[in-house]
Every structure is written in C-alpha cells, then in structure tokens.
Design a protein around this ligand. Sequence first.
Ligand SMILES: Nc1ncnc2c1ncn2[C@@H]1O[C@H](COP(=O)(O)OP(=O)(O)O)[C@@H](O)[C@H]1O
Ligand SMILES: [Mg+2]
Length: 374
Amino acid sequence: MVEKMPSVTEREVLAALSKVQDPELMRDLVSLGMIKDVKVDGGRVAVTVELTTPACPLKNKIRADVEAALRAVPGVEEVGIEMAGRVRPAAKEAPAIPGVKHVVLVGAGKGGVGKSTCAVNIALALKRSGASVGLLDADFYGPSIPLMLGLEGRPTPTEDGKGIVPLEKHGIKAISIGLFIDPHQAMIWRGPMLHGALIQMLREVTWGELDYLVVDLPPGTGDVPLSVSQTIQASGAVLVTTPQDVSLADVTKAKLMFDKIKIPVLGLVENMSNFICPHCQTATPIFDTGGGRRAAEQMDIPFLGEIPLDLAVRVGGDEGKPIVTAHPESPQAEAFMTMARNIAGQVSRVAHGEKSEPEPKPAAGHQCSGCGGC
Ligand SMILES: Nc1ncnc2c1ncn2[C@@H]1O[C@H](COP(=O)(O)OP(=O)(O)O)[C@@H](O)[C@H]1O
Ligand SMILES: [Mg+2]
C-alpha cells in the first residue's frame, strides 16, 4: 500500500514563513503582515507576498527566500508565489498631505548638479515600478519641472473652486510654482509670500491617493530651501551631488540642515559621474569619480546610486522627454530605476521606524541579482 503524504497545513506554511526576514526591515514577513492569501491544496502551496513598496529593491531575494522556506516544509510539492506591493504610510502620524503616503524631498545640493533631473526621473521610475506618484516643483528660484516633464497648460480650479487640479504627464501628477508665476518676471520671494504660495500648493492641490510625492527643492541650504523643507513634512530627503569637492561640501551642509530639522536623510545620489564617450565608450571622470560614495560613507548615510554624465539625459530634460520614459531600456534609465528602488526601500525602513542606514557591503564573490538591492 502506498503511503499518502500528509497534507500541508496553513499553520505549517505560516510557521515556515515566520522564519523569513525582510532583509531591509529586519523583521519576519508574517509579523510584518506581508503574507496574504495562503492557499493549501494537498502538497500545493500558494501565497501572495505583499511588499511595502512595488519598487522593493529586494524583491528577488525575498521571493527566493520564501520559495526556499516553503519547499523545506515536509509534504510541499509545488509552490506558487505572487509578488505584490502596497505602500504603507508611516505608522505614527497622520499624513501631512491628505491621501499622500510619503513625501520625498530631492535636493539641497548646489544649483546645476541635477536635482530637478533626478527628481523627475526618480518620480517616473517609481511610477514605472507600479507606484502612484506626484511631483511637486518647489524650486522658487528656478522652477524647471514644466520644461523637463513637458507640462502643457495651466492648472485649473476644481469644480467647487476650492482646490487646484494638478497637471498629468507620463502617468504622474505634477504641479510647479513656475505654473503660477510669470516666467518673464523675476520673483523675489520673501518669507510670508513664499510660505503662502507653498501652503497653497500643499493644501489646495488635489493629488488624490499617492504612494509618493517627490518634491524638487530649491538649491542650497539658505532660508528658502530651509523654510520649504520645514513646511513640507517629509518621510525623508535625497541629497544630490556631483563627484567633485565643491559640490560635496554643499551636500555635507545639506545633511546638517536636515538633521537639524529632523528630516531623515534617505541617502546620497551622485549625478554626472563618469562621462561615457558615445563614440569609443571610454569613461572619462570629468567631475572626478567616487566622491559621492565616499561622502555617503563619511556621513554614514546610504549611497543610492550614480547617473553618468550623458547627452541623452540632458536632451531628454530640455525636450520634456525624460530618459526614464523616452528610453526605458537604456542603461541610464536602468540607473534611475535602481536608484528609485533604493529610495523606496529606505522610505519603507524609515516608515517602519528603522534608521536609514548605509547599504551593507556585498560579500566577496557576491553575484548581483540585478534586483537593485545591492
Ligand atoms: N546626468 C546628466 N547628464 C547630462 N546632463 C545632465 C545630467 N544631469 C543634469 N544634466 C543637465 O544639467 C543641467 C542642470 O540640471 P538640473 O537638473 O536643472 O540641476 P539643478 O536642478 O540641480 O539645478 C540641465 O541642463 C540638465 O539637463
Ligand atoms: Mg532645479
């Protein structure tokens, strides 16, 4: 007589998965509430893993760990894993902007280092990963999002006249201080005026439900970026720098500014890293190289990735066709996708009360799985 394998129970499945950790949040998947829809049918087990963001940098690793844990349960013959993502708001406080789960500030570096370029492409990369995203251009000195995103027209009032409908482009919602001012008129923003304009943009724009609102900040650490950062309650800030020393000095000041106003720094981005010659593919470190990574290490913050100095990135910005949507398969777009996943991972950490920490260094001989987790 053939002995029948005992059928697997849901309890055994959950017990096995309670030993699988989210490597970023350092807690097990069951207590994090990430395991949904457990289905057991004899030796067949199917589960849905609901990550804390669709842009999870460790998706592949978590999937592999879940599969290994399930296959180790006696009696399991077949495993089905569905990976889903739902961004959860920070547990402690009510969202600063209704419907918006996380606000991510981008900036505080020197002018011209590529803050707006990064803000636009990070927003689009988060969108491409499956998140709902808005982009707020709060650069009162030189709003450039309308040009870079290719926004057309002006925002309109809502039907009841109480709100402002944001524009939409490339699948994200966007609003810019530049859409409310005459582009030919030099504006001198004084404290109360700036505060009023900002509050209006924050309170009256009807964003709807957003996983992430990316904010393009004014350059530097003077009164204007400080007051913008203080007014917008953010989940965290991303610092943008180029690799050379003058730019790195500014970013160190920016880190101090965010520390002072208690906004977690999610990490550092190095823009305009090596220039890759389109003709011979030789890499030339026009603005030096590796400075961003070193600065991140010194400041003890995560290094979120690097973007090369690249003609297509500049052209995309000037033509309102950002590289992430115009050339999604390009290595530059991939670099932004990796960066966005790293940012989303850090936001999840902060939202779960974890300190934003530098990425662990990959072990010797480590093979990159391409998930962006390293
Ligand atoms: N990685 C890059 N490669 C090529 N050009 C870039 C890159 N990043 C930014 N630029 C260009 O540099 C200029 C300044 O970038 P921008 O994003 O406006 O900087 P910031 O917002 O910090 O002032 C823009 O013309 C932009 O297209
Ligand atoms: Mg800018």
